[in-house]
Design a protein around this ligand. Structure first.
Ligand code: FEO
Length: 395
């Protein structure tokens, strides 16, 4: 059923408490999520986005309980990704001529996914607007690469609501819908995880887009994203957080990440944590085993860090596959202005540490000179020798 957002604007989405992963297996969902669609009932009746295909029947039925579908004047598709457009084909079976307002790139993604070039697409670009009656307008703002080339936000004048789609969202189920009702710790944890794991590669664009939106000087009372809580209490707090996160964000934290075969590399990881703490008690130190920790949670910790240290033993003249996969994901996220150190044990050939150095450099990290490469198991001297790395990372 629809739920009131403000005046004649309602939420009509899906709160999914059971969802556990997203983007295939690439994103863990630990506290539920939602796909938020919105219904505007002014002189014109307008739908903003839909929800994911597994719930397409439920979505259309819910909508039909609220309105006669023939009353729908048009739909705005802010973004073509399947979690927001998946219910569109089932809806369009009932209203095949419904105008679909979206970007030119969204037409490509919708036609590519659903194979309906005959749908009534109406292409819009930044600054275009539509009158929806009662003195209100929808104004479109392209959000190219936030996070797809087709992404767009829609602003409702009068009610001052920014339907931001993925931007400012979280994979977090909030039954009460609004940010002031959410568990604040989980809300911010999930908002940061979402930024670090999805939006971070596009940080330069985020920065420019926020400047552009602020320059428009639009009053914003509510930011209504397509996932998670709707920001009605001080909505600019998430915009300000994005501005900080997009600006090579870091806290006074060093994150140590490793995997191990026979615990030698693990010993080095924990010795380094102890040395950093001994050297500088103000620096937050966290240690994660790649094979035992949620990879998205580790990436959020990397996002918060000024430096990381990465350890792997040598295996097959290379590094552990768990570390290799993790490095691949790390490089996708394009972190900036962070330093790194490398360490690891080996029995015979010992290429691992050099590969870590090379891959971290390619991923954009400044890799410090001191490293720890240990033949067989570390001695007390090796463990205390981690102090050189600690000094280089704290510097
Ligand atoms: Fe880019 Fe929520 O989909």
């Amino acid at each position: 059923m629809k739920r009131l957002v403000k005046n004649n604007v309602s939420w009509i989405g899906k709160i999914d408490w059971e969802l556990q992963k997203f983007h295939g297996d690439d994103y863990s969902v630990n506290h539920g999520s939602s796909q938020n669609a919105y219904l505007i009932e002014e002189e014109k009746t307008v739908l903003i986005d839909t929800i994911w295909k597994p719930y397409d029947k439920q979505f259309r039925e819910n909508l039909e309980k609220e309105i006669n579908l023939e009353k729908l004047d048009f739909i705005v598709v802010n973004h073509g990704e399947v979690d927001h457009s998946g219910a569109l084909p089932y809806l369009m079976e009932k209203v095949p001529n419904l105008p679909i307002y979206c970007t030119a790139n969204a037409v490509k993604s919708l036609v590519g996914q659903y194979h309906h070039p005959e749908w009534n697409y109406q292409v819009v670009k930044t600054g275009d607007s539509l009158d929806i009656g009662n003195g209100k307008q929808l104004v479109f703002v392209e959000m190219r690469m936030l996070h797809w080339p087709d992404s767009m936000a829609t602003y409702l004048t009068g009610d001052n609501i920014l339907f931001s789609n993925d931007a400012f969202g979280q994979h977090y189920a909030v039954e009460e819908l609004f940010n002031d009702k959410a568990d604040q710790c989980l809300l911010w944890t999930e908002a940061m995880k979402y930024y670090a794991n999805i939006l971070n590669p596009f940080s330069p664009l985020v920065k420019r887009k926020i400047e552009e939106i602020v320059a428009l000087n639009l009053p914003i009372d509510i930011i209504a994203p397509s996932h998670g809580a709707i920001w009605r209490d001080d909505p600019m707090q998430i915009v300000n957080a994005y501005a900080a996160w997009a600006d090579s964000y870091q806290e006074n934290q060093i994150t140590i990440v490793y995997d191990t075969m026979w615990d030698g590399t693990k010993q080095l990881a924990h010795a380094l944590a102890g040395e950093i703490q001994a050297l500088d008690g103000d620096t937050v130190v966290k240690v994660f085993s790649i094979s035992q920790t949620d990879k998205n949670d580790i990436m959020t910790e990397v996002f918060k860090s000024k430096a990381i240290a990465l350890g792997s033993p040598t295996v097959g003249k290379s590094i552990l596959s768990s570390v290799g996969g993790w490095l691949h994901f790390l490089s996708e996220l394009q972190f900036k202005k962070k330093s790194a150190a490398v360490f690891g044990c080996y029995g015979w050939s010992g290429e691992g540490v050099g590969i870590l150095r090379e891959e971290l450099s390619k991923a954009g990290f400044s890799v410090v000179e001191p490293e720890m490469k240990v033949n067989w198991n570390p001695t007390e001297e090796h463990l205390s020798g981690m102090r050189d790395i600690a000094e280089a990372l704290c510097r």
